[in-house]
Design a protein around this ligand. Structure first.
Ligand code: ZN
Length: 351
């Protein structure tokens, strides 16, 4: 039996799949295909495949084998070969032809037998604060936590982690992004992730219920109300709206919903706001003040999960904290736009 097959058959891997399902099914931890998990033993690693959902870790084969020693050596050497993580997948061990997650480099660099990465909303609400590094030290310092300033997911992020982590680091709070935990076992990693979430969740996190008549207002526009109280609340709270207006806060929002959110004018028609949202790098989430928040009716489950996530993150925000947004350059690189064309498209959008 190959080393990959031995790892696949191990109780440790079964435990990782079970923990992945639990975390992946909790929208306060993981939304849609976000987040990922890995296990390493000897020179081999199994890591979540790109585009798959952690919630499905027990019904489907979502884990892809990676030659960890070769990939890590290429990463550390700055070898351009590391740009294509699929090149480190032993194809004879990958009958489904899965591609490793873009965040595989994070799992390769963070040297724990089990690594779990979540987009925990309480962590994101902390990780976009200007004083995030201090909060992480205060609340998670005794757990072996380090703060890593925002870097583009992939190789840039792996290098930032390599610079920030020591052998004692067990928790990484990724600026404007999420949480990574490392442990000897899946059970320990899950416990650590939930403990970090508990400590970062504000005592007063409010999840107000709001009624919406947005559906009537939208009519047959091809857009529908987001059915999630925390997201709807953004439409009914001017102070909150002002706090989250403008650019985006974390990568998956940009990837699934476009840059930031469009806030419709008080007297603007649904059609006019939708037309504005479709200009430039299209925005897929529109806040109608006093009415609700809308998303296209053909939105994928991942887009809907990200629309709910924004409300959950907003509900965890400390009203007094100064926030850091992704820059237009960072948004452009996530969307694979040329930075200059992107700036022009986005400035045309706001005129
Ligand atoms: Zn992530």
């Amino acid at each position: 039996m190959s080393a990959y097959e031995t790892l696949r058959q191990s109780p440790a891997f079964a435990a990782l799949r079970a923990a992945s399902v639990r975390l992946g099914s909790n929208p306060l931890q993981v939304q849609g295909p976000g987040g990922n998990a890995s296990i390493k033993d000897g020179g081999v690693m199994l890591v979540k495949a790109s585009g798959t959902w952690l919630a499905e870790a027990e019904n489907k084969d979502i884990m892809v084998p990676v030659d960890i020693a070769g990939f890590r050596a290429a990463l550390r050497a700055g070898d351009p070969a590391a740009e294509d993580n699929a090149a480190f997948v032993p194809q004879e061990e990958n009958p489904l032809g899965l591609r490793p997650s873009i965040e595989t480099s994070v799992h390769a660099i963070f040297d724990w037998p089990v690594v779990i990465h979540t987009h925990c909303v309480a962590t994101i609400a902390t990780a976009l604060r200007k004083d995030a590094a201090e909060i992480v030290t205060q609340r998670l310092g005794d757990l072996g936590a380090a703060f890593v300033p925002y870097a583009k997911p992939g190789l840039d992020l792996a290098r930032a982690i390599d610079a920030a982590a020591t052998a004692q680091t067990r928790i990484l709070v990724l600026g404007n992004h999420g949480l990574v935990v490392g442990a000897e076992t899946a059970e320990e990693a899950e416990t650590l992730a939930l403990e970090a979430a508990r400590r970062l969740t504000p005592k007063t996190a409010s999840r107000p219920e709001s009624q919406t008549e947005l559906s009537t207002f939208l009519g047959n526009s091809g857009w529908q109300a987001v059915d999630h109280a925390a997201t709807t609340a953004i439409a009914f709270d001017a102070a909150l709206r002002a706090r989250i207006a403008g650019a985006s806060f974390y990568p998956d929002h940009v990837i699934f919903l476009g840059p930031g959110i469009l806030i419709a004018g008080e007297d603007e028609s649904a059609a006019a706001a939708i037309a504005r949202a479709q200009e430039g790098a299209a925005q897929k989430l529109i806040v109608f003040p006093g009415r609700g928040v809308a998303i296209p009716t053909d939105a994928s489950p991942a887009m809907q999960a990200m629309a709910r996530c924004l409300g959950d993150v907003a509900a965890c925000l400390d009203p007094s904290a100064e926030l850091i947004r992704l820059t237009p350059e960072q948004e452009a690189e996530l969307l694979n736009w040329d930075a200059e064309k992107y700036r022009q498209a986005m400035s045309a959008d706001t005129e």
